[in-house]
Design a binder for this molecule. Structure first.
Ligand SMILES: Cc1cc2nc3c(=O)[nH]c(=O)nc-3n(C[C@H](O)[C@H](O)[C@H](O)COP(=O)(O)O)c2cc1C
Length: 196
């Protein structure tokens, strides 16, 4: 029997996209992927107007059927044990982009990426940040030029109201995973306005 593709799925603190991302996680699981959830410390602990941390944790555990990786210690074996075929960071905040671009590894998610990259396996980022075309632009550029990193196609979600904001088309994550597993960036990378 064909082994399922093993996806590490990391969420960072862009809470407004969580509901959309959870639907994609559900689609992946329904499609036969083996998905393990990973949460940054902020994503896993902050109660926001988009929901409580406990409710997001419960939903993720329920959909994935795996315990959540939510500490640097729990993320460390990802590389040594070759746990995932691909690691997705969706949503990926400006904060996490900055850390990855500068190899600052002080959260569960940055540790997961660093550990996974040890085995030269693909990392897929789904950007969601209001400063993508200002403060985060250099970091996105840096990661676009780094080996093993791929991006989910993205666009300006509100060019008039938030001219520097960019959000990934979360519904394209499954296609972007397949492309990344083949060593390919899904194109076009810049793709209109994502769903609000
Ligand atoms: C309600 C709420 C929504 C947020 N949305 C975003 C966002 O869409 N993009 C982003 O980069 N940061 C956003 N932030 C800020 C991040 O949560 C913050 O930078 C945090 O330090 C990110 O940590 P992490 O990258 O380790 O998850 C939001 C914060 C809150 C409270």
């Amino acid at each position: 029997m064909k082994q399922p593709i093993r996806v590490g799925f990391a969420l960072t603190g862009s809470f407004c996209t969580f509901a959309r991302v959870l639907r994609v996680v559900d689609d992946l699981v329904q499609g036969g992927y083996d998905v393990t959830p990973i949460l940054s410390e902020n994503a896993g602990s902050l109660d926001t107007r988009f929901g409580t941390a406990a409710s997001w944790r419960e939903k993720l555990r329920g959909v994935c059927g795996h315990e959540i990786i939510d500490s640097i210690v729990a993320a460390e074996p990802i590389g040594p044990k070759a746990m995932f075929d691909v690691l997705v960071v969706a949503p990926c905040t400006g904060n996490t982009l900055a850390k990855l671009a500068h190899s600052i590894i002080d959260t569960t998610v940055t540790m997961a990426v660093k550990s996974h990259l040890r085995g030269a396996r693909p990392v897929l980022l789904a950007v969601s940040t209001n400063d993508a075309l200002s403060g985060s632009a250099a970091n996105i550029g840096t990661l676009l030029n780094r080996k093993h990193y791929y991006f989910v196609p993205m666009g300006q979600d509100n060019p008039k109201g938030k001219p520097c904001s960019v959000v990934a088309h979360m519904e394209r994550i499954p296609d972007a995973i397949e492309a990344a597993l083949q060593g390919r960036q899904l194109e076009p990378l810049l793709a209109g306005a994502p769903e609000a």
